[in-house]
Design a protein around this ligand. Structure first.
Ligand code: A2P
Length: 346
């Protein structure tokens, strides 16, 4: 059997990776609809070697679509995901629009694949930084239980879209030429102030909330609890944008319920867990970096250390391509699970 698949936001940083991932997976597609804004309508893109014309994302575009992958921003998902569902499609939404909706499963297949089958038409793909963290936490939870998580992130500009990546390129050129840096997008398009990202570090990803945390930090906190079904788990996050293009890195501190595991035992968990790859050997200076993870689908883990004071505490360095496992690959995994398990209809 094959399916009519739509990609909404097909010209964007994530949408382009969705298209490539569907191709690479040989996803069973008999028709593909590539949708974006009016500005892109009429442009042609190659899919499996054939030219496909980009269409404007309008409600009628979802007629006959079986599976729609959305990554065109939260407001587009709010407006168009229900239109797609109304026409019989299942939506995998990569925006934050529905993630905390109790009716919508929020899924990282290595952690909670079974939640997909509870869907009412929409399944949410978590925030990129959350996905790679929970993929790393799940094997630890399974073996030893989780007591608390504290994370600091080092995030790539592509998480803010293609325009943010262009801004880093332009500012880097200007910096090296000794020219003034022009900041119009980061930290948050539409927020009041902008700061240069080139040769800098910005401790703001997404807008500030009333509690002083940013929305990105609150996404990591709330989404982790929902995905792992641990509503009481203490989680805290500090999210920082850095001047590189792809992959997010995270310093994760985790305290477990059952103390006594050696670093060797923690490493062994990652050697046997799905979707994660251990790259950890101080003797050979082996650890993952944003550049080494770029273009790969796995979540890479290194620098595993026992806390020096807290017997049940461990530190990890977790790196993954934010556009792949953090977005396109996780969405395509969800779509594959839907068809393989026959979960298109509830
Ligand atoms: P377009 O290229 O036509 O503007 P990114 O995350 O890289 O910024 O990409 C955002 C994606 O969302 C692009 O594919 C963009 O299409 C799409 N998009 C933005 N605004 C709209 C809109 N009003 N309707 C449909 N798609 C949109």
């Amino acid at each position: 059997q094959s399916y009519h698949v739509a990609v909404v936001g097909a010209t964007g940083a994530v949408g382009q990776k969705m298209i490539q991932t569907l191709e690479a997976q040989n996803f069973p597609i008999d028709k593909i609809s590539l949708l974006a804004s009016e500005r892109s309508a009429g442009k042609k893109v190659l899919f499996n070697g054939e030219e496909v014309e980009i269409k404007e994302a309008l409600p009628e575009a979802f007629e006959g679509v079986d599976i729609a992958l959305f990554s065109a921003g939260g407001s587009i998902s709010k407006k168009l995901a229900p239109e797609a569902v109304k026409r019989g499609a299942v939506v995998v939404d990569n925006t934050s629009a529905y993630r905390m909706d109790p009716e919508v499963p929020l899924v990282v297949p290595e952690v909670n694949e079974e939640d997909i089958k509870e869907h009412n038409g929409i399944i949410a793909n978590p925030n990129c930084s959350t996905i790679q963290m929970v993929a790393a936490l799940e094997p630890i939870r399974e073996a030893y239980g989780l007591k608390r998580v504290i994370v600091s992130t080092y995030q790539a500009v592509s998480g803010a879209g293609n325009a943010a990546a262009d801004e880093l390129k332009e500012q880097s050129q200007s910096f090296l030429n000794g020219d003034e840096l022009n900041a119009e997008i980061l930290p948050v398009k539409g927020d009041e102030k902008h700061y240069p990202i080139a040769f800098n570090a910005l401790p703001q990803i997404d807008v500030f909330q009333d509690n002083g945390y940013t929305f990105e930090e609150m996404k990591m906190i709330n989404e982790t609890k929902k995905i792992m079904h641990l509503t009481e788990l203490p989680v805290s996050a500090t999210c920082v944008r850095l001047p590189f293009f792809t992959s997010h890195a995270e310093s994760v501190y985790v305290e477990v319920e059952q103390e006594g595991a050696s670093v060797g035992q923690i490493k062994e968990l990652f050697q046997n867990a799905p979707g994660v790859v251990l790259e950890d050997d101080p003797e050979t200076q082996t650890y993952p970096t944003p550049l080494s993870a770029e273009g790969k689908r796995d979540v890479f883990i290194g620098r595993i250390r026992q806390d020096l004071d807290q017997a049940n505490g461990y530190h990890l360095w977790v790196v993954s391509d934010n556009l792949l496992k953090g977005a396109a690959w996780n969405s395509v995994q969800i779509a594959q699970s839907i068809i393989e398990n026959n979960w298109l209809k509830k």
